[in-house]
Design a protein around this ligand. Sequence first.
Ligand code: BGC
Length: 742
Amino acid sequence: MSEMTFTPSVSGLTLEEKASLTSGADFWTTKAVPSAGIPSIMMTDGPHGLRKQAGDTDHLGLASSIPATCFPPAVGLGSSFDPELARRVGVALGIESAAQNVAVLLGPGINIKRSPLCGRNFEYFSEDPLVSGVMGAALVRGIQSQAVGASLKHFAANNQETDRLRVSSDVAPRPLREIYLRAFQRVVQDAQPWTVMCAYNRINGVYASEDPWLLTTVLRDEWGFEGLVVSDWGAVNDRVAGVRAGLDLEMPSSGGRTDAQLVEAVRTGALDEAALDAVAQRVVDLVGKAHSTSDEIEPDLDAHHALAREAAGRSIVLLRNEEGILPLSAETSRIAVIGEFAEKPRFQGAGSSLINPTRVDTALGAIRAAATGRVDHARGFSTSGEMDGDALREEAVRVAGEAEVAVVFLGLPAEEESEGFDRTHLELPDAQLRLIDEVVAANARTVVVLSNGGVVTLPFRDRVPAILEGWLLGQAGGSATADVLFGKVNPSGRLTETIPLRLVDAPSYGNFPGEFGHVHYGEGILVGYRWFDARDLAVAYPFGHGLSYTDFVYGSAAVEVIDDGLLVRVPVTNSGSRAGREVVQAYVSVPDSQVERAPRALVGFASVEIAAGSTVEVVLEIRRSDLAYWDIRVDDWVVEPGEYRIEVGASSRDIRAAATVQLVGEPNRAPLSRESSLAEVMAVPAAAAELHRVLAESERSLLRSADAEMVKLIGSFPLSRLSVLDPALNEKGIERIVASST
Ligand code: BGC
């Protein structure tokens, strides 16, 4: 496909042609309408590489796909906290897609990691909506800069794999807006993805694929989304209801079955033809935007591999580093590299995002290439269980004992986490836990490198001097790991999710994965670190945590109110002897808020490179909208007046500076009614004054003489029921008070 010319309107098309446009031709492409010159376009996975299938097709990562660069999945890339890096990865993804005539890449996935057990957490960025939104928007910008569309998924509240095609995520308005929709809102408003993919699940009982509130009221009317809504593959329940709700394109093909339903519905008057015209038009608009020029694009796969390596290095989180055991010297006389993952890396997750990499670096190979001394390898354990575990462990312990330092690669076996199912526990396999205990006993200078898409508990963490959280790092993860181990890259990744001590501490525990088709989001807005902080629970490693090979010292923070938010300034000094990156984080709390607030909510962050010995003044711009809560009384965002405390730090539990500001905020817009309580009336000055006037006119007012104690006692009485205490509060008096507030 090069430049395309066709009629950009559906007005001349037949009813059948319009209906046909709104569902796939096959697994990955839309239908052409030759009579109108409308070509077909291809959309395919995503998100961290291109999964273009040349032969058999599926959405489970079963059949093979053409080779493409496998970048770190979102669990890794998110840890960089660096939108510029994400944008660059997006550009590379866009180039590889365009070169293959792919019009839309199905990603990024930005669902919130509600539970550490979600099998697909590796494909999502964070437990925090700001991180998810900022990183997601950057990726979309990068992809779309190459004239390839992104598909923001899975809209919305798709936070588990269990029963994902039917389950209803039962979530109250505040967490829905403040946690689960917030990142989608940000990406839509900041980056206008060409498409949004609706989720499989239901939200409060309604399928996302046929929810007019979600797909039209919120997405288009409130947020101003201009693109197309595509169904997740097989998410359509009722096609006619979907069109009415604003679902534009059903994927994959329904073999013509649902197109016929649409035609029939228009003919019988059950569906307004204008609704079909609108969705068909959006398909045509998308086709119009897509004009890849495959002949001219030859992706530089070496450069993309180098970028994948850079991104992987930036994704690694140094959790612990006692007595500076890391970085290792390349001249270390003898290094024992232990663990199956050193040789057979786990670098991506299973399911629809499974990329066929252009090449794969192993950590063992990269360590051998970097080290000048001797490097021995022992497998240590077998994830398949096919080999003698005792013999493998004994050999590893012996090799570790003879070495100057042991580097042990542990992680989750591939079959323990995937799209399609959730995990049931957070533990590493017993064989690995036993191995690490015995290796540390044989050699105290032991470094652990982890490979896992979702968090794991780390019972050995206090006994091992250094731990690198390597997540899933994409095809260049092996060499990036060596870069960090030997200090060629100074680690700067930070945790985008809390590593808990125990599964039972997790916010969704007891409410995950639900039962009989419903999952209750009982923790409300207290998701991730918001919960751990509110409950003051000990954690293994907090949100935002990550060490460096250098040290950063924070000066005092200054906060200034600007038109559309706050400006936070804080000087950060690299007090060590090597250059490094610090991820500076700003959290807000609203001490006198009238609603429940998290003790700390991330409102700004920046990954900043600072030369050794230098000081950088870090400026964080905090959007006013990120200070707002969702007010269920007025169904809108509200920035309440009062004191806002901004804490700046190196993690949610490592606050280095703080400052407070007063915000004028917005007047209370919740209208008073006869059901408003006395306390609510007293909080509105005009209404309180009118109340006093009404009472002053009364002959016999008990309330007029009420002291503060009495008001406290009866503050919860609605106006409508106060006549018991004061006859002046009759219907007329109440009407006057209510009217005075508007
Ligand atoms: C996944 C989507 C994916 C689609 C196409 C679905 O099963 O949920 O994320 O894009 O398949 O492979």
